[in-house]
Design a protein around this ligand. Structure first.
Ligand SMILES: C[S@@+](CC[C@H](N)C(=O)[O-])C[C@H]1O[C@@H](n2cnc3c(N)ncnc32)[C@H](O)[C@@H]1O
Length: 407
């Protein structure tokens, strides 16, 4: 999967001052228009490879309609599932070409409209996406599958909501006030992604735009969501291996949860359940942000607790909350990338797995040493493999392995 990433979140291109020659890269802003720009890149999840082909990239600026808004109704936005409530303000298409590392996308909006939106304090967002049909020649299929909905080849991105404002300071008396973009608190550090969960709705997940491991969405989690969704819809073996229907509340634990993708997806799929997301303290902010983004009172409660696999790093309460519960399902998704933590990971799994616990282990094979984890689990007599699904994408050389173990 290729991730569309913001190298620069949406920003206003200042109009060139009278004395300044505009550079060839500065979009030619018409006096009656405001240009909102963003810089994106198309990379694999770790950012190690840029997309190799040519493909049109679309960007749209829109706002979600608010019944109280006095801003007049405009054309509906084109691509998304929430078409019905999105009002399009501007759009552009630019070509990503082989060899590129960054692409600038400029969208012009009439100044009058921007001023109305600023006065009305309306929340705007920008969405950047690639239509699957536009990419078909370059990137035919992510993996072959008859019955499982494919995860997107290009993972759409949405900015966090921002507002237009006006700033008198800094503009010359002859100029109109400079238009600004403002994000709430630290929202400019995050972006949103949407993961389709079929009848279970849509996951809306925030990820940080920096490089931190704990604060990103990773391919295997997204793949797993596609599998969970398909298996549930088709009542496949995968789900029956994983979830036993009982009247008793299912206790679900995710370790190394990062943004919380899988745990939050399970909370939507397993109705009578309680989900505890755990990771290092550095993931707390993004995980809790995502719990709130997906909160639904009718569904399973989801909580986050900092918990290190090296249990000597946790206090007694943290260890008790995680180690003294009888878990029905323990999930570890993309947690086998670091050989230095294999011992603490397998030790903690041994302590977490009871007679009736199922362990869902998912990873994208990045290097052969990951197999050591499975050997260690066998040696420690923790688990037996019950079910395995290997996905072999055709467009990107990487495999995603979904395994269900039981002791
Ligand atoms: C590649 S990310 C995967 C995140 C998430 N499971 C997903 O699939 O999107 C690996 C996660 O393992 C967590 N992790 C690494 N070492 C850990 C440790 N010793 N204790 C707890 N979590 C750890 C990282 O903080 C990170 O969030």
């Amino acid at each position: 999967m290729y991730h569309i990433r913001f190298l620069k979140v949406p920003y206003i291109v200042p109009p060139p001052s009278n004395t300044q020659q505009s550079s060839s890269k500065t979009p030619k802003a018409n006096a009656g228009e405001i240009t909102v720009s963003t810089k994106i890149t198309l990379t694999t999840e770790l950012g190690e490879n840029f997309f190799y082909g040519s493909v049109p990239v679309r960007a749209e600026i829109a706002y979600r309609q608010n019944a109280n808004s006095s801003v007049k109704k405009r054309k509906r936005a084109g691509s998304s599932k929430d078409k019905a409530s999105s009002i399009l303000l501007g759009e552009t298409t630019a070509l990503w070409k082989n060899g590129m590392r960054a692409l600038q996308l400029d969208i012009s909006i009439p100044r009058k409209v921007v001023e109305e939106l600023a006065a009305d304090n309306v929340q705007i967002f920008e969405r950047v996406f690639i239509n699957a049909t536009d990419a078909a020649d370059e990137c035919p299929l992510f993996f072959e599958s008859d019955d499982v909905p494919l995860p997107p080849t290009f993972f759409e991105i949405e900015s966090m909501p921002f507002r237009f404002g006006q700033n008198d300071a800094g503009s010359t008396p002859k100029q109109k006030p400079a238009v600004t973009i403002s994000y709430k608190n630290d929202d400019s550090l995050y972006v949103k992604r949407h993961v389709e969960m079929g009848q279970s709705g849509t996951l809306t997940l925030a990820e940080e735009i920096g490089d931190s491991m704990a604060k990103h969405l990773w391919d295997s989690g997204i793949f797993l969501c596609s599998y969970l969704r398909a298996s549930k819809a088709n009542q496949e073996e995968f789900i029956s291996q994983l979830i036993t229907d009982t009247d008793r509340k299912q206790q679900i634990l995710e370790i190394g949860c990062g943004c919380g993708t899988v745990g939050i997806a399970l909370s939507k799929l397993v109705k009578n359940s309680r989900v505890l997301l755990t990771d290092l303290d550095s993931a707390k902010e993004v995980a809790e942000r995502n719990i709130v983004l997906n909160q639904d009172r009718s569904l399973t409660p989801v909580e986050f607790l900092p918990f290190d696999w090296d249990t000597s790093q946790n206090d007694e309460q943290q260890n008790a909350a995680v180690l003294d519960t009888q878990w029905d399902i323990v999930v570890a998704c993309d947690c086998t990338y670091n050989p230095d933590s294999f011992t603490s990971l397998t030790d903690v799994l041994k302590r977490l797995i009871g007679a009736d616990t199922k362990l869902l282990l998912v990873h994208k094979e990045r290097h052969g040493s990951e197999n050591t984890v499975f050997e260690m689990l066998e040696q420690k007599n923790v688990l037996k493999l019950q079910w395995r699904q290997l996905l072999e994408p055709t467009a990107v050389k990487s495999r995603v392995d979904i395994l269900v173990h039981q002791s």
